[in-house]
Design a protein. Structure first.
Length: 272
């Protein structure tokens, strides 16, 4: 007799659905570990900020010509929250929503790893002269970990009370805005063009708000958008390209084959 799988309500689920749930859980774990790494990195760079008396904000062509709007920080996060809701709606109604979910979490986690590396290697002066920063360079490891956990549990959002400085070079808000926008555009119904207009509007508006509140330098936003777009398009290009080679490490190739089997190409919404 073949083994049966059941969901939390005791209903039968297909092996494909069961495996899809496992992939989502694995990708969520990957994302959580990546987010934890970012959280620790952010606290580390916050505690080694350049002296603000000696290092004023760097010249920035866009910031130097934009008015300062402190409310824009919350506006950017409202744009992000709206995109999250739209993404949940698209993934919920798509026939292969589990695959959309695990791909989103994998790409977002990968972007977090890249962001950790970027903000760790180079510390830039704070672009917002009005922002209060509280570096604690002499804090012990336990104190740093406690503050990292606070940042982690607040998802790095000002709306939830996260307050740090120093994590520049690579805008995290722009990254999530862009990744969600691209996924919604890729998998939303083709007949719902207004959804694409809304998500692109949210993406661009969020980036402008980030600059208005001096949350990042312009280069941070540009790099985050470009790298997010390239990672997203490269991932999806590899999905439709016939696999003719393997990764240099066997276990990486095995993971890639498990998450994205060669015969398991996800159709667009209208074909799914």
């Amino acid at each position: 007799m073949g083994s049966k799988s059941y969901d939390m309500f005791g209903k039968n689920v297909s092996p494909q659905t069961s495996q899809g749930i496992c992939k989502v859980l694995a990708s969520i774990l990957y994302l959580f570990v990546a987010h934890a790494t970012v959280s620790v990195t952010v606290i580390f760079v916050n505690d080694r900020l350049p002296d603000r008396d000696k290092h004023p904000p760097l010249p920035d062509l866009v910031l130097d010509n934009l008015p300062y709007k402190p409310w824009a920080a919350h506006a950017a996060e409202i744009c992000l929250a709206t995109e999250v809701l739209l993404w949940v709606a698209v993934a919920s109604i798509h026939k292969q929503g589990l695959q959309i979910a695990h791909r989103t979490f994998l790409i977002a986690g990968t972007m977090y790893w890249l962001r950790s590396a970027c903000i760790l290697v180079t510390s830039m002066p704070v672009p917002d002269v009005h922002k209060k920063c509280y570096p604690f360079p002499e804090a012990d490891v336990w104190d740093k970990l406690k503050r990292a956990f606070q940042f982690y549990s607040r998802f790095g959002l000002q709306l939830t009370g996260a307050r740090t400085c120093g994590d520049y070079i690579f805008s995290g808000h722009t990254t999530i805005l862009t990744v969600l926008n691209l996924f919604i555009n890729e998998y939303a119904p083709r007949s719902r063009c207004f959804i694409r207009g809304i998500t692109w509007g949210l993406n661009i508006s969020g980036m402008v708000f980030i600059l208005l509140c001096r949350g990042h330098y312009t280069i941070d936003v540009i790099l985050a958008f470009y790298i997010s777009y390239q990672v997203f398009t490269t991932y999806h290009h590899l999905l439709v390209k016939e696999r003719t080679s393997t990764f240099p490490w066997k276990y990486v190739d095995s993971l890639a084959e498990w998450f994205e089997p060669s015969s398991d190409i996800l159709p667009s919404f209208d074909k799914g």
